[in-house]
Design a protein around this ligand. Structure first.
Ligand code: APR
Length: 171
């Protein structure tokens, strides 16, 4: 798939127009990538988040990036894995809604972490398939809009899974 990359590294170092945070519904910070992004952005980030009134699972909200290299942070809330059919739909919406929000703000590059695959327990293989399919569907529906997508993987296992999934994805 054109301008879709897999990166092994820390998403807070991304120079994309926006980076996506795997947040919780309060948007007031947490551990994992949420904690890393808030640490790198600085205290102004949580102050802006506190004005947003939280975020529902599958939805996305945008803030400035403050101390980050990225100009914006798009906060999305992944499903806590339960095995319910709605898990996949909600996880896919995280990617679709984040891309829609980036487009609405005229952004042309976005970095995603592996949403829900940490604390929220989503099995990596299925979550990666859902992420890649959601991005592919969005790019097919938005052919005329240049959007670079970087999947940021924090460990070798996730990196290998994304590379394999993208290789097996015909676009
Ligand atoms: N850069 C890129 N990826 C990272 C980073 C980082 N700095 N830190 C962690 N990750 C990866 C994890 O390895 C995992 O693959 O992000 C993925 C998502 O894991 P979590 O951060 O645990 O997010 P999630 O599973 O969606 O759980 C969200 O955790 O931190 C809390 O407040 C957050 O309640 C929310 C929950």
């Amino acid at each position: 798939m054109k301008d879709v990359n897999v990166v092994l590294g820390d998403i807070t170092q991304s120079e994309c127009d926006c980076i996506v945070n795997a947040a919780n519904k309060t948007l007031l910070g947490g551990g994992g990538v949420d904690g890393a992004i808030h640490r790198a952005a600085g205290p102004e980030l949580v102050r802006e988040c506190a004005t947003l009134g939280g975020c529902a699972t599958g939805e996305a909200k945008i803030t400035k990036g403050y101390g980050l290299k990225a100009k914006y942070v798009i906060h999305t809330v992944g499903p806590i894995y339960s095995g319910a059919a709605t898990d996949a739909e909600l996880l896919g919406k995280c990617y679709t809604n984040s891309l829609e929000l980036a487009k609405a703000n005229n952004l042309h590059s976005i970095a995603f972490p592996a949403v829900s695959t940490g604390v929220y327990g989503y099995p990596l293989e299925t979550a990666t398939r859902i992420a890649v399919d959601a991005v592919s569907a969005w790019k097919t529906a938005n052919r005329g809009y240049p959007m670079r997508v970087d999947f940021y993987c924090f460990n070798e296992r996730a990196y290998a899974q994304y590379v394999l999934t993208l290789k097996n994805t015909k676009y």
